[in-house]
Design a protein around this ligand. Structure first.
Ligand SMILES: [Zn+2]
Ligand SMILES: [Zn+2]
Length: 191
């Protein structure tokens, strides 16, 4: 494990949030979509189910996307901004089968603030560990998705959306196949 378990979960969750921006239809386009996303990410706590709540989460998504690909200095400032604007107050809590971990906002705080502090605290761990290199943009040429590489040998290159890794493997296979066919055309080309 590269980071603490709850940090890794929060980083994966932040990446998943950012990547909803690249899905069609956008899962955050309506309230049931947001609810489903939160269930998938096991994100509990109070909700207002208003358009304002959803728009705040969409704004957070944009903020996180910008931070994902930024310099250490910009990321650090962005984390501080997220923590300040959501009035973070770290508290150790235990709930829903999770072991002791930090919450920085009370459970009745705005959803976007709770999501922001969770992502910000996890990203703070990344900065503190000097592991910014693990925050990546997907290597597939037709994808702008993000990923957090939590592999021991830092080998992850593709995001989790739309099977980018598989698609790239298929492309590479086709390229190899095509070049083999070209090479083999000489001896077998003419009878
Ligand atoms: Zn929690
Ligand atoms: Zn991708």
């Amino acid at each position: 494990m590269v980071f603490a378990y709850d940090t890794e979960v929060a980083l994966a969750s932040a990446a998943a949030l950012v990547n909803t921006a690249f899905l069609d239809p956008d899962p955050l386009a309506d309230d049931p979509g947001l609810t489903l996303f939160l269930e998938q990410e096991r994100f509990s706590g109070s909700r207002t189910h208003t358009a304002a709540e959803r728009q705040a989460v969409q704004r957070l998504r944009t903020d996180l996307l910008q931070l994902w690909d930024s310099s250490e200095e910009t990321l650090a400032q962005g984390i501080n901004r997220l923590l300040a604007s959501s009035q973070a107050l770290p508290q150790l809590v235990r709930h829903d089968g999770w072991g002791w971990h930090l919450h920085c906002t009370p459970p009745d705080a705005d959803l976007a603030d709770r999501m922001a502090t969770e992502a910000a605290m996890a990203l703070a761990d990344v900065v503190r560990a000097g592991e910014l290199e693990r925050l990546r943009i997907c290597a597939a040429p037709d994808c702008s998705g993000v990923l957090i590489d939590l592999s021991r040998n830092r080998s992850r290159r593709y995001c989790g959306t739309g099977n980018c890794g598989n698609r790239e493997n298929v492309r590479a296979y086709r390229r190899r196949l095509a070049s083999n066919l070209l090479e083999n055309q000489q001896p077998y080309g003419l009878p």
